[in-house]
Every structure is written in C-alpha cells, then in structure tokens.
Write a protein that binds this ligand. Structure first.
Ligand code: NAI
Ligand code: MG
Length: 486
C-alpha cells in the first residue's frame, strides 16, 4: 500500500516550467505521451508554442545576472541538493522513464543515478572554474575571466532523456548560465519532474525552464530565438543541421552531438568472453537506441564463425518485453522508430539475406523488435553505413590490422570506436589512427560522467561531460591593464 505521503508515480497532466511555475501553453495546446510497451496514453502534456518559448527565454534572461552573480559555492550547493533530491526519488523517476521511453527499469534506474552524478560532479566544479594570468611586459597586468554564455538552450532526444538532461543542464548551471530545456515530444515527463525538483531545492525561478513540445514548433522557435546565447543539441544529423542553420541567423554558439555508426573491432587475441559481453551490451542496450551503440561489429576472419555463433546464441537468450517486468530488451520508443527499424530489416534482407538471428517485429502490443544480427555485411552497404537506432547489428569480417582501421574509419560518423585485443601496441595504434571522439579499449561504453564526450566528422562538434563541458559553456574574456611606470 502507498502511504498518503508517497508521491503518485506519474501525474495525469504535465505543464511547462516557466519562471518558477508550472503553467499551461498560452494557446492551451497539449499532446499525449504514450507507454511504448502498451501504446496506452500515460499523460497529457502542455505543448510549448513560440509564445511560450519566448516567455521561457524572457524569464531566463531576467534570471541570468543574479544567477551569474550567485557565489559559485552557492550555485554548487544548490546543484548538489538537486543531485540528492534526484537520488532520493530514483525509483519514482526511473518508473516514469520506463513508462515514457520503454527502457528496462534497471537501465532507467542507472540513467537516473547518472543524472544525479552529473549534478553532483558539476556542483563540485562550480567553484573551480577560473581564468589565467598572462605575463606581458612590466607595464601590463593581464588576466582572463571564464564567463558563462548566458541564456542557453538544451534540446534533448528521447533515447536517454534523464541522462542527457543531466549531461547538458548540470554544466550549464554550474558555470552560471541559465537554461531553457526542450525535452523530446516522445519522452517529456522526467524533464518536467526534475524541473519541479529544482524549484523544490531552491534553484531560483527562471534559472531552469522546461518546455515540452514538438521539434518543429518549440524546438525550432528555441534554436532560432534571438535572445539565446548557446545551444546544446543531441539528436539526428538532419535536425542538427537544421538547428545549426537556424542558429546562424543570430550567430548563436551551437554544440551538436549527432550519433554514430560505431565500429567494434575484435582481434583474434582478444579475451573472447569480454568481447562477447561488450558486443551484446554495445548493440542491444536500450534496444540499440544509443548514439554510441557498437552497431558495426568488425571481426577477424580467424575467429569470425565461432564469435558470431556464440553471439547469436546470447542474443537469442535475451528476454524481450515491458521494461517494468525485468526484461533485457524493452520496446522501441515509438511507432515511427519501429517503422524505421522495420525498413532497415527489409534493407538488410535485400543486402545480405536472412539474419543469423532475429529479424522480426513481435506481434504483440507495443513496439518490440527481436535482437537481430546480419552477418557477411560489406562496409559499403546501407546497414553498415546508416544509423538504424534499433537492436540491429551488422557483422563485417576483416583479415589484418590495416584493413580493420580502414573499415573503422570508412563511415561518415566518428562518435566512438572500440577495440578488443590483448596486444597493447595494437590497441594504442587503433586509438591513434581511428577518427572518433571516444575510443573504448576492451570494454564497450567504458568511461563516466568525468570523461569528455563528443563527435568527429558528422557525429558533431563541441564536447560534453568531464571538464571539457566547462569550455563548451563558458567564454573567455581577456582583461589587459596598463599599470603604468613608477
Ligand atoms: P530528432 O533529431 O529530430 O529529435 C531530437 C530532438 O530535436 C527532439 O527534442 C526534437 O523535438 C528536436 N527537434 C526536432 N526537430 C527540430 C527542429 N527543427 N528544431 C529544433 N529541434 C528539433 O530525432 P528523431 O526524429 O526523434 O529521431 C530520428 C533519428 O535520429 C533516430 O532514428 C536516430 O537515428 C537519430 N537520433 C539520434 C540521437 C542521438 O543520441 N544521437 C537521439 C535521437 C535520435
Ligand atoms: Mg512516451
């Protein structure tokens, strides 16, 4: 039984958080968000329109000077309290995340913990951001100040809503920026919940605004807003290009994180169990809807047959079903994503024939796809080059190290690349020669909130996570003083 004081898991309706209050769109527009495991409506949500975006940006602008002037240790303390509150509500937030996005509950819990970690990590950074003193001739004193950008916009995707909220918002607020966050229309709920927690812990009104809404309406109005100083966007390449073009009008700073088609290279001297575990997690975690998924498995021909057999066996053992029921793989986020993945299953059939395992959409309610492995893939094929964003792996054989590196690089993306080998020289040659923002050696998804993250090539530019995010959210002001002669 729930006690009277236990907050209800999910509300029937969610508003916009603007200027310290939960409000409705001035137009009264709303939309529904569904549970992708059942296709049931979970809640109605206010849909921000350009007027609401304007109100959110205005409230942020009004809050920016006070927040910038708030002593960094006080900003840090507030973010730390928010981290504590997110942790205290971990189960409730994770349940909402699973209902809204579909992901397994265990994964949702870890995403909420990672979100708390981002606020905690950047809380500790808040009072350690400082400039340099630069020696000139004795007539001058020169120093730099790391200033916040000002009003920042965070456009968040649906695959890791809570995790990416923390990743994008925590460094912004820690460095004295204020934020207007636009969560994805498929998964708006946890962003609004965290926006409310921020008010509960005393983060001042206007500092963190959350405006659910559609990309073409709220997202476009936000990225084109003349009073936004910086945009952090995570999502697809075409939308990222659109955001960049829109932002160009106001010469607004943009950081883009645009996904990948990441190579996972396994050499014959790798520890086979480790490589198998990582290959499975790399492509099937979150049903493959991960920007850093290991979606191109490049395996040496000497171990190829055994590796693929064992991988397929493991894939068949994964349980598929609603995320709240303890399954390994939940549904895809939406009907659109399901039909996109379905098209790629057909493309795969055309390009290489039957997959070694999977290949089917499950005929039950919800957007479930079997974990699928296509073998004998050539790197020029569409299933080797295009981001599918589903539980679909393409396996490509190779014969020597040069070929492995050439294949790893032969793609428009450059987000991550992984290598499995016991040969230390080969591992570091791979790290040196592959063009990607992150290199994983002997573990897929290696790294944490402390490690810089971002793309090469079409995977985007700008860095998030770690201290690198501080650079993304600050600008350098140089102060040069003529101190004269005695
Ligand atoms: P999307 O890139 O269109 O959506 C991401 C975010 O951008 C959402 O908040 C959306 O509302 C917003 N948005 C959409 N149009 C906008 C616009 N014109 N201006 C400003 N914001 C806008 O991604 P979508 O269509 O939901 O997914 C399509 C594909 O994108 C996926 O199949 C996947 O391949 C890729 N994707 C990659 C992600 C990543 O982490 N790199 C995350 C989500 C999707
Ligand atoms: Mg939903």
């Amino acid at each position: 039984m729930m006690s009277q004081n236990t907050p209800q898991t999910v509300s029937d309706h969610y508003g916009l958080i603007i200027d310290g209050e939960e409000v409705q769109s001035v137009s009264q527009a709303t939309f529904e968000t569904v549970d992708p495991a059942t296709e049931d409506v979970i809640a109605t949500v206010a849909a921000a329109q350009p007027d609401d975006v304007d109100a959110a940006v205005k409230s942020a602008r009004e809050a920016v000077l006070d927040w910038k002037a708030t002593p960094p240790q006080d900003r840090g303390r507030l973010l730390s309290e928010l981290a504590g509150q997110i942790r205290a509500e971990q189960k409730r937030l994770a349940r909402i995340e699973t209902l809204d996005n579909g992901k397994p509950f265990g994964h949702a819990k870890s995403d909420v913990e990672v979100c708390a970690r981002y606020f905690e990590y950047y809380a500790g950074v808040a009072d350690k951001v400082h400039g340099d003193s630069i020696p000139l001739t004795s007539e001058y004193a020169d120093y730099t100040i790391q200033e916040p950008l000002g009003v920042t916009a965070q456009i968040i995707p649906w695959n890791l809503p809570t995790n990416i909220f923390g990743r994008s918002v925590a460094p912004a607020l820690a460095t004295g920026n204020v934020a207007v966050v636009k969560p994805a229309e498929q998964t708006p709920l946890t962003a609004v919940e965290i926006g409310k927690l921020a008010l509960d812990v005393g983060i001042p009104e206007g500092v963190l605004n959350v405006i659910p809404g559609f990309g073409g309406e709220a997202g476009a109005a936000l990225s084109g807003h003349s009073d936004v100083d910086g945009i952090s966007f995570t999502g697809s390449v075409p939308t990222g290009q659109e955001v960049m073009k829109t932002a160009a009008d106001g010469v607004t700073e943009v950081h883009l994180e645009l996904g990948g088609k990441s190579p996972n290279v396994v050499f014959p001297d790798a520890d086979m169990e480790t490589a198998l575990d990582s290959a499975i997690t790399g492509i099937f975690a979150n049903a493959g809807q991960v920007c850093s998924a290991g979606s191109r498995l490049i395996v040496h021909e000497d171990i190829h047959d055994e590796f693929v057999d064992r991988l397929a066996k493991r894939a068949r053992e994964l349980s598929i079903g609603p995320g709240l029921d303890g399954n390994d793989i939940g549904p895809l986020v939406s009907e659109e994503q399901l039909s996109k993945v379905e098209q790629y299953l057909e493309i795969g059939l055309d390009e290489v024939g039957e997959p070694v395992t999977g290949g089917n959409i499950l005929s039950k309610d919800g957007y479930f796809v079997e974990p699928t492995i296509f073998d004998g893939v050539s790197n020029h094929m569409r299933i080797a080059q295009e981001e599918i964003f589903g539980p679909v792996l393409s396996v490509i054989p190779f014969s020597d190290e040069d070929e492995a590196i050439r294949l790893a690089n032969d793609v428009d993306y450059g987000l991550v690349a992984g290598v499995f080998t016991e040969n230390i020289g080969r591992a570091h040659r791979f790290a040196r020669d592959v063009r990607a923002g992150q290199i994983y050696i002997n573990e897929w998804f290696a790294g944490g909130v402390e490690t810089p993250f971002g793309g090469f090539k079409q995977s985007g530019f700008g860095r998030e996570k770690g201290l690198a995010a501080i650079e993304s959210y600050t600008q350098t002001k140089n102060v040069c003083v003529n101190i004269g002669q005695k």
